[in-house]
Design a protein around this ligand. Structure first.
Ligand code: ZN
Length: 304
């Protein structure tokens, strides 16, 4: 072996080691949800870890109805993580945890809200500013406008009405509204998403928000937001309304946008996850991600 190839070999080894050390540390929060969080969290973990860009930990809250003492030991150290992902829709977190999470975000943290996480905390003003829009939990016109895209422009509908609706689950076409953003660049402008709920009529303060992708709702005949990005203080938020069930998440389109969204909130770009997968869905064909040994969700799905 000549000295030159020795040098190249050593360099490659160092580069690989550095890349492992540089993986972004992500925390997924679950523990309460009207969805099967115990089945979907492992899919979210796989989606992140399989990209090679992240190391993922899970923090599970006390179960619904637990006494206050049970919450005393639940206080994630948010500052340890480059991004926090919520797969949680349940009781309010203790005030100290809410304040810590708000400070983490204002100081430049990253947050990813997945599907029913945007049903959470209708009374928590700062959380609703982070997610921009949400549904259910008695949200209505007082929560903020209904946000959708009309003629390529973001539209804020301030008329009266409840926030949050969806019809039967079905496959639907996701349409990218901004093809330049790091989360969506290079992706086909229209792709067929696996069976899921198409959230519509989401309402909220909708400040500092951009809609990256939409799908046309049969319920409202409007282009409802599926993928959104927001800024909150110095922090960044990626909000995906997709992901009702494991079979909704086991979709290359969900995987790719979730991976990119998580990297983007952590770093402001998608250098590690930005390659378009060869099996990305087309406008006509869903691309299913197969996980060995993953239990399929067979029970009737919850309503939201
Ligand atoms: Zn759902």
């Amino acid at each position: 072996m000549c000295p030159k190839s020795l040098f190249v070999g050593a360099f490659t080894f160092i580069a690989l080691s550095a890349s492992a050390a540089d993986r972004l540390k992500v925390l997924i929060i679950d523990g309460q949800n009207n969805h099967k969080w115990d089945i979907t969290t492992p899919v979210l973990v796989n989606a992140l870890d399989s990209s090679g860009a992240f190391t993922t930990e899970v923090s599970t809250t006390p179960a619904k109805g637990s006494p206050a003492e049970a919450w005393k030991d639940w206080h994630p150290d948010f500052a340890q993580y480059s991004a926090v992902v919520s797969n949680y829709n349940g009781e309010p977190w203790p005030e100290a945890v809410r304040l810590a999470f708000d400070a983490y975000m204002k100081n430049g943290g990253g947050f990813v809200s997945v599907h029913a996480a945007d049903n959470s905390f209708p009374e928590w003003k700062e959380y609703n500013q982070m997610i921009g829009v949400g549904g259910w939990g008695k949200r209505n016109e007082e929560s903020g406008p209904w946000l959708y895209v009309k003629d390529g422009k973001l539209f804020r509908d301030t008329s009266k009405g409840n926030g949050g609706a969806h019809g039967q689950q079905h496959e639907f076409v996701v349409e990218i509204q901004n093809t330049e953003h790091p989360i969506t660049r290079g992706l086909p402008p229209r792709w067929l998403h696996a069976k899921d709920e198409l959230y519509s009529r989401l309402r909220g303060p909708a400040e500092n928000i951009e809609i990256l992708a939409t799908a046309k709702s049969d319920l409202t005949s409007e282009n409802e937001p599926n993928l959104m990005v927001l800024s909150y203080g110095k922090g960044r938020v990626f909000h995906t309304t997709l992901g009702h069930a494991d079979y909704s998440m086991l979709d290359r389109g969900f995987y790719e946008t979730f991976q990119r969204g998580t990297e983007w909130v952590a770093t402001g770009d998608t250098k590690a996850t930005g390659d378009v997968p060869v099996d990305f869905p087309t406008a006509e064909k869903v691309s299913v991600v197969l996980l060995d040994g993953h239990p399929k969700q067979s029970a009737p799905a919850p309503k939201k």
